[in-house]
Design a protein around this ligand. Structure first.
Ligand SMILES: Nc1ncnc2c1ncn2[C@@H]1O[C@H](COP(=O)(O)OP(=O)(O)OP(=O)(O)O)[C@@H](O)[C@H]1O
Length: 269
């Protein structure tokens, strides 16, 4: 479990990114932080592995204050996936993944073996092992990024807009893949996105943020859709002007669900 207790961050230049942010992230589930650009998502995410050091409040991981942890050790114990995969361009795929294991003292052969295993977990076979990142598609690079984050088998995975730079079809594929992975792995995931559809697709718990890291609403996607806390949330999740309102239409004896434009969205069973 990760607990944010009245967390705040003011950067050296005086920019206040976050104030008084509190949240509990339950273990083995996915929590998605969603909000517009600049609302403080990345700052909050990076404060969990101390890439950002807080100016107020504290973060506890399983009841331990992370301020007391060695930052390098802490960072190595937590998986981190960023938007542009952040792979080392001059290292082969297998070594990009093996490097994090080597840093933790795993011998070379064992590191490569584990890297191959974790690449397979994310759907990449041996044909990519010896390639360089630039020889992979954007979606494949993101998979390598996820594999690298999983290599040490961390309990916690931080994901910062990991699918933001790939096309919508690949993005949907990666989201689906992530749900499958999470069913097996049951990591504690904190995922950042500005896309509410992605938040609803992946989050067990969704946190809608306003500017300054202020929480507008926290809840399961269905709870938020059913009871948006206020106008801001209703607008953010696209409930205004009748959007997302589905209706049932009878079509040759079957009940078809249609969207606000009357376009078919599915079949009601
Ligand atoms: N190192 C820094 N120094 C000064 N200000 C910063 C720094 N990093 C972030 N900020 C500011 O803090 C605020 C929150 O930034 P943050 O990157 O956390 O937002 P975000 O919600 O992740 O945005 P995006 O979706 O655009 O990445 C912004 O106003 C940003 O300009």
């Amino acid at each position: 479990m990760i607990e944010f207790r009245s967390v705040g961050k003011r950067f050296a230049d005086g920019t206040r990114a976050v104030s008084d942010f509190s949240l509990t992230v339950p273990s083995h589930t996915t929590t998605v932080l969603v909000g517009s650009s600049g609302c403080g998502k990345t700052t909050l995410l990076r404060s969990v592995n101390r890439m950002v050091d807080l100016t107020e409040g504290k973060i506890l991981i399983d009841d331990d204050d992370i301020a007391a942890r060695d930052p390098v050790q802490l960072r190595r114990s937590i998986g981190y996936v960023m938007q542009h995969a952040g792979l080392l361009p001059h290292r082969r795929v297998i070594d990009n993944v093996a490097t994090v294991l080597r840093l933790n003292g795993v011998p070379k052969a064992a590191a490569r073996q584990r890297a191959a295993q974790v690449l397979e977990t994310v759907g990449l076979d041996a044909s990519v092992h010896r390639k360089y990142p630039s020889q992979l598609s954007g979606g494949q690079q993101q998979r390598v990024g996820v594999a690298r984050a999983l290599a040490n088998d961390p309990n916690i995975l931080l994901m910062d807009e990991p699918f933001g730079a790939v096309d919508p079809i690949v993005r949907a594929e990666l989201q689906q893949e992530m749900r499958r992975l999470q069913q097996d792995l049951k990591k504690t995931i904190v995922f950042v996105t500005h896309d509410i559809e992605e938040a609803f697709a992946l989050g067990d718990q969704v946190v809608i943020l306003r500017e300054g890291g202020k929480v507008a609403q926290v809840g399961a996607p269905a709870e938020i859709l059913a009871r948006p806390a206020d106008e801001f949330v209703a607008r953010f999740i696209g409930l205004e002007h009748g959007r997302r309102q589905l209706r049932v239409r009878d079509e040759n004896g079957r009940r078809i669900v249609v969207d606000e434009h009357g376009r078919p969205a599915g079949v009601l069973e």
